[in-house]
Design a protein around this ligand. Structure first.
Ligand code: BG6
Length: 524
């Protein structure tokens, strides 16, 4: 069997073919209305090509898209960064992450033959002029479309975007710019960045990546909600008691806490990934599936949420587990790249309320943490208790669980009569586990979907500047308070479920945890 690919799927040769066919079908849908003109050259430029993100994510994604014939025929790739590298050296750096199969070697060689690399500074014009000359030679036509991917630290953002605008844009064809978080670190810095970008590019040229918007089950939220009468009619405060959106990772900073310590889990995961999921769970039905109709509704949800206070939150920081192994023995503060007295939270829980007719009084609980007991991202919609109980309190609440990862699944927890002669009741589930139900489907990695969207010009799964503005409005006051007052996070043991106080907060927020039910992946 082939090794698991980056999203945990396993593939085999037979699977490769059906994967391509299925992927092509989905591309037709994604690109509806967009026609790749095979004759127009497309150049994909990766700034920060020698960095971690480029080698681990961007180049592998480009290769997978190229391998599966999903890119316009005329696409070429050009890396740019300060390091003096040859394409061969760049290739060596990327190699461990490319997941190339033996039968794909010819195609793989082809991919690298379409690559160029330019070494240059991020300030000054010279490097960019050389890059432009290189692109023109690669394109060899007067018309070309260009995508600029900024896999760069925020410190060079301003310089690079100004030079892209002044020197590198195609004069005859479209230009699109992809940027990665952090989009600032609070409302003011995010606004400065948005204003800066708006002075150079139009909003429809800017693709702000939140890679959670590229995940299968996050993209599925719209369909689940708006294509199922049974769910759409119960999706409100009359039926739903609380909503819990969880992100857990079973590892800590692994000695690379420098970046994390500056940002913390709220900026790293909650303010973007979890809040984006919340908006898709809570928004009203958009007028259509047009990206702006969807994003209009997402913004309305955010506008109905007030800024968070300390009372809405539980903050934690992990400490080592003396009985653990390897990294698990170490506390966050043992990471040499983290300051010794850091109060940066590695765990956070926040309770948000959406003050509108549909949701008033329903707590939306966002919780995320590193160094916890498992890897998991999911949405849990918990329904109210049944009124007028006749089962002596043995009935448990219904829950709809949308499991984002690992193992995409949708399952509905419900009560049933225990099978057989007894009249007892028990918890069970209606289970749509993808691995089981869609055995031959290939679920592309989030980056594959999102980069393809950029080629297609689809902004549906990207963050608009007004969404970003509202997201920062909700989180900025609490982030400033945490930093100014150096609020001490509650210690929790590496590998545990997080601080106990978080469970209490969930309970107070109308979420019932019974502990009596464990979902079993039917394939395992
Ligand atoms: C990133 C965060 O945005 O998402 C990381 O910066 C986190 O800290 C990662 O590990 C999780 O992504 P995924 O796709 O592995 O769930």
């Amino acid at each position: 069997m082939e090794p698991a690919n980056k999203n945990g799927n396993t593939t085999n040769e037979e699977g490769t073919l059906s994967r391509i066919i299925k992927s092509l079908k989905s591309v037709e849908m994604v690109c509806e209305g967009t026609h790749f003109d095979g004759d127009i050259p497309h150049t994909f430029i990766t700034f920060g090509a020698s960095g971690d993100l480029a080698k681990k994510k961007i180049y592998p994604t480009l290769w997978w898209l190229f391998r599966d014939n999903l890119l316009p025929k005329s696409t070429k790739f050009c890396g740019y960064s300060r390091s003096h590298l040859t394409v061969k050296e760049l290739r060596q750096k990327c190699e461990p992450y490319m997941n190339v199969q033996k039968n794909e070697m010819e195609r793989y060689e082809q991919f690298w033959s379409l690559n160029e690399y330019v070494a240059g500074n991020y300030d000054g014009r010279t490097g960019y002029e050389f890059l432009t000359k290189t692109m023109e030679e690669m394109e060899s036509k007067s018309k070309a479309n260009r995508i600029f991917y900024l896999a760069l630290p925020p410190s060079v953002f301003e310089n690079v975007t100004v030079h892209i605008k002044n020197i590198c844009m195609s004069r005859n064809g479209w230009n699109r710019v992809i940027i990665e978080k952090p989009f600032g670190r609070d409302a003011a810095s995010s606004k400065a960045l948005s204003d800066h970008l708006a002075s150079l590019f139009t909003e429809d040229q800017i693709y702000r990546i939140d890679h959670y918007l590229g995940k299968e089950m996050v993209q599925n939220l719209m369909t689940i909600r708006f294509a199922n009468k049974i769910l759409s009619s119960t999706w409100n405060r009359e039926n739903i008691a609380s909503v819990l959106i969880t992100f857990k990772e079973p590892f800590g900073t692994q000695g690379r806490g420098g970046y994390f310590d500056e940002f913390g889990i709220i900026r790293d995961v909650m303010q973007n990934h979890l809040l984006q999921i919340l908006t898709l769970v809570a928004m009203e039905k958009p007028v259509s599936c047009h990206p702006d109709d969807i994003r209009d509704e997402k913004v309305k949800v955010l506008k109905n949420i007030r800024s968070l206070t300390l009372d809405d939150m539980v903050l934690g920081q992990y400490i080592g587990n003396p009985e653990g192994e390897g990294e698990a023995k170490l506390s966050y503060l043992d990471d040499k790249t983290v300051s010794k007295d850091s109060t940066t939270p590695t765990y956070a829980l926040a309770v948000l309320e959406i003050k509108n007719e549909r949701w008033e009084g329903v707590p939306f609980i966002l919780r995320c943490g590193k160094a916890l007991n498992e890897r998991k991202a999911e949405v849990r919609i918990q329904y109210h208790d049944v009124s007028g109980d006749i089962f002596e309190g043995n009935s448990k609440r219904n829950e709809l669980v949308i499991r984002v990862q690992p193992g995409e699944a949708l399952y509905f927890k419900m009560m049933t009569k225990s099978p057989g002669i007894t009249f007892d009741i028990e918890e069970t589930e209606m289970d749509l586990t993808y691995e089981h139900r869609y055995k031959d489907s290939y679920l592309p990695d989030a980056y594959e979907r999102l980069i393809l969207d950029v080629f297609c010009g689809s902004l549906m799964h990207f963050v608009r500047s007004d969404e970003l503005h509202e997201a920062w409005r909700i989180f900025t006051p609490i982030l400033h308070q945490i930093e100014k007052e150096r609020i001490k996070p509650i210690p929790y043991v590496y590998g545990s479920r997080g601080p106990k106080e978080a469970n209490k907060k969930c309970e107070q927020s109308n979420f019932k945890y019974y502990g009596s039910y464990v979902w079993k992946n039917p394939e395992k």
